[in-house]
Design a protein around this ligand. Sequence first.
Ligand code: TYD
Length: 208
Amino acid sequence: MDIISNFAVFEGGDGSGTTTQLAILSERLKKAKKPAFFSTFEPTEGQIGKLIRRALKNEITIKPETLAFLFAADRNEHLHGENGILAHAARGELVVCDRYAMSSLVYQGIECGDELPLSLNSRFPAPETLIFLDIDPEIALARMKNRTSREIYEYREFQSKVREKYISLLEKYRSAGVRVETIDASKSVQEIGDQVWSIISQMPIFNT
Ligand code: TYD
């Protein structure tokens, strides 16, 4: 597995706080002024990402296998497209991303079996750092109960499988040379933010 230097990814089940933590990290990076950074997320805001979000909200019905292809297509564009992850990383920026290939191995792996997401994502290089926000699905879903609409994966049974699958796949990334860090995401937003900062600020780009 190739690794993209200066690339860090947040992963976790729904309601684990990846989006919140990316926002907090972005604020800290802005204040730090160095290194220059690019903060991004998947599914993206591109046309394929928008289609995916409609399917997640159940506005349109798309077969799980087709969705696996769409996530991979969205990712390919996100990675290789103009102003994408690789373009920013090539400029020497730190790229921080809310979800990436591991989300497909986990979510689509549960939905379609491992083979399809594995083969679709085998072409994507891995991040240098991967932060897994680990949380009991009960707590995560309770946190999300104020959200107005439910997405197709936001059910306890599914989220329990998501957590198990994340945990079972982390070792694979670790042995491929990715720095994998697990954070207890039931802690306060502030505590998690501090832990995230300590991990991210140890990336080699901070010493250049
Ligand atoms: P996300 O935007 O993190 O959730 P939210 O809308 O609550 O902020 O992700 C949307 C959903 O998409 C989430 O349930 C995880 C799922 N997902 C996949 O199933 N496969 C993927 O490859 C990715 C990137 C996300």
